[in-house]
Design a protein around this ligand. Structure first.
Ligand code: ADP
Length: 610
């Protein structure tokens, strides 16, 4: 299997910078200050910890009075309790700020995904990163929150390391070198051990599947008859023995690796302690080191490797978290191919309205090699009713997505009254368009709000007219609260459910409610029964009055009421004309129409070939 290892765009410094900036910007600076306080408190606690016993021992050595001894013990205990209390209190408070930072990042990601150019949503790279970014904000252990623990740990270990270096500064450099080398080696061994199972994961899973199949699936009653009738038992028993043998051999290897790792680790600790003991005993003999000083040095030597391992562990975690945070940053900064607020306002509509023109338009989907549309020239005149037909996959929907400005042509231009829509404010352009697409979503709101696509500013007269045109009035009148009836059962228990056909009509009403110049209907009758479909055709003139409309359908009969039909084939406009003209021309359109007519005449016995 080919594994692609791509380098992250942003390194650890940049991702940490991003987190600090975000906390700062959303006024959660306390997250940073609390982190630093915790570092100081915890290192302080550790220092008090290593000084307690040597401190008391030193008091005993100088034969301090009972009062002084009690005072020393109380002092140490008091400071430890104070630091511990402060640390617990501070880390509790930390949670709120960290949570706010994480949810703010989630908010930014959701905003980006909701406002980004439609075209970005089709790019695999964007999709993958957006998913990773959302996952990174789901729980508090995820990098957008967990990184604070890592940073705190890293700073704490670095601070501890520095303080211990100072404490050991009187010692021989050789001692420090031995401790350092044994700590780093120990860390590497642990890392290698933890990775052993990960590296042999495929093998482990294969064993699990095999033994699982043989011990569970094969015992199912369905197989009982086969085992008896075909005499499978000895064969299965042999398979089972083999599987268990392989499994045990694998476990032995795993345990062997762990065992050797543990032995090496133990030897390292022995080496480290042996060198420390030898060195410190030498100091006792040579320089008359006191018992308390011996104890203190020994604690420092033991703790030193803890800091070193801590630094390496935290750096490793930070590296992993940083890779994910880099994806979060990349999503947020993903380039926007469309112009929105910074685009030009729409050109004046003129007396007749807008003319939309496709000029030598070719389009290849992101991550695809073959163009879906090639060199398409098309003029959509104001008020014209255009039908776009063709077999499945001919590129009808793609053509409409280009007309609507959801995609930009790979080559060529889409012009609104002669102006390239790439220069325009894309949201203003969307303002001229109303549509029924093939995939739709009902909002968890009332019927009226679904038609008006607003919960506050609803023109009820227009809502009624749109519902009437879409053939939905009868259905709505039968509902308990009419237009105020709630939709979407997943959210409201009392909501009603619309059938597929009714939902499609609701979408049609919604498209008709919006006072837009261009009406796009992509297979708007796909979920309707033939009677309802015929009604839509009959009302089509009324629906599209005063608007330019594009009607996509794979049902060729639906094109009769359109001014012009374009037949798409092989990514090109293969034929253009009225329905009658195209039938008379005897080309691809005529052939498809003939097949469909036969299908309907014969009651669906012949398969529709598109
Ligand atoms: P139609 O509407 O005529 O059925 P479409 O415009 O939906 O055709 O699709 C035209 C071609 O583009 C099809 O071959 C389809 O597989 C391909 N296509 C559609 N959407 C995508 C996409 N997001 N990524 C890659 N290819 C796509």
């Amino acid at each position: 299997m080919e594994k692609e290892k791509k380098k992250s765009k942003y390194n650890e410094w940049q991702t940490v910078g991003f987190m600090l900036r975000t906390a700062w910007e959303i006024r959660e600076k306390k997250v940073i200050f609390i982190m630093l306080s915790l570092v100081a408190l915890n290192v302080g606690q550790n220092l008090v910890g290593i000084f307690i016993t040597p401190g008391i021992l030193a008091a005993l050595e100088r034969r301090a009075s009972l009062g002084e001894l009690c005072l020393t013990i109380l002092g140490f205990v008091g400071v430890t309790m104070l630091l511990q209390g402060l640390s617990t209190y501070t880390s509790r408070n930390w949670q709120f700020g960290r949570f706010t930072v994480r949810t703010a990042i989630l908010g930014k990601i959701v905003h980006k995904c909701g406002t980004t150019a439609y075209q970005n949503l089709l790019v695999k790279d964007f999709d993958k990163k957006a998913k990773a970014a959302k996952r990174a904000t789901e729980y508090n252990q995820e990098p957008t929150e967990g990184i604070w623990d890592t940073l705190q740990g890293l700073l704490q270990n670095m601070a501890g390391f520095t303080v211990y270096c100072v404490l050991l500064s009187g010692a021989q450099p050789l001692l420090i070198a031995v401790i350092f080398v044994t700590a780093v080696t120990g860390w590497w061994i642990n890392r290698w051990l933890n990775g052993w199972l990960q590296r042999h994961r495929d093998e482990a899973i294969a064993h699990e599947i095999r033994t699982g199949y043989l011990s569970n699936d094969i015992r199912k009653n369905e197989l009982a008859k086969d085992i008896r009738i075909f005499g499978l038992r000895p064969w299965l028993a042999e398979l089972w023995r083999e599987a268990i043998g392989a499994c045990v051999a694998f476990k032995r290897r795993e345990e062997g690796a762990y065992l050797w790792g543990k032995v090496v680790n133990l030897l390292l600790v022995l080496l480290q302690n042996g060198v420390a003991y030898a060195y410190l005993i030498g100091m006792v003999l040579r320089d008359g080191l006191s018992a308390s000083e011996f104890l203190l040095y020994f604690s420092v030597v033991g703790g030193f490797s803890g800091w070193v391992r801590g630094i390496l562990n935290n750096a490793n975690t930070l590296h992993k978290q940083s890779i994910i945070l880099s994806e979060v940053m990349e999503v947020l900064e993903y380039p926007e191919p469309f112009r929105f607020e910074d685009g030009d306002p729409l050109p004046p509509a003129g007396e007749k309205g807008y003319e939309i023109r496709m000029e030598k338009v070719s389009f290849t989907y992101p991550d695809a090699d073959v163009p879906v549309l090639k060199d398409v020239d098309l003029i959509l005149r104001p008020g014209e009713k255009l039908a776009v037909v063709g077999r499945n996959g001919a590129g009808k929907t793609t053509l409409v997505l280009l007309l609507c400005g959801f995609l930009d042509p790979t080559e060529g231009r889409v012009l609104l009254n002669g102006v390239d829509i790439r220069t325009l404010d894309r949201r203003a352009y969307y303002g001229c368009i109303s549509a029924v697409f093939q995939n739709f979503q009902i909002l968890a709101l009332s019927v009226a709000a679904n038609i008006a696509q607003s919960d506050t500013d609803i023109d009820m007269d227009r809502v009624r007219r749109a519902a009437e045109m879409a053939g939905l009035t009868e259905k709505i009148e039968s509902l308990p609260q009419g237009f105020d009836t709630l939709l979407n059962r997943e959210v409201y228990e009392e909501a009603v459910m619309f059938s597929g056909g009714e939902t499609q009509r609701l979408m049609m009403a919604r498209a008709l409610y919006k006072p837009a110049e261009l009406l796009v209907l992509d297979e708007p009758t796909a979920a309707l029964d033939p009677l309802a479909e015929a009604k839509v055709y009959a009302k089509y003139n009324e629906m599209s009055r005063g608007k330019t409309s594009v009607y996509i359908s794979h049902r060729l009969a639906s094109t009769r009421f359109c001014d012009r039909v374009i037949y798409l084939a092989d990514g090109r406009v293969a034929e253009t004309g009225t329905h009658e003209e195209l039938v008379a021309a005897g080309g691809g359109y005529a052939e498809l129409f003939e097949i469909q007519s036969r299908y309907y005449r014969e009651g669906g016995e012949t398969h529709e070939e598109n």
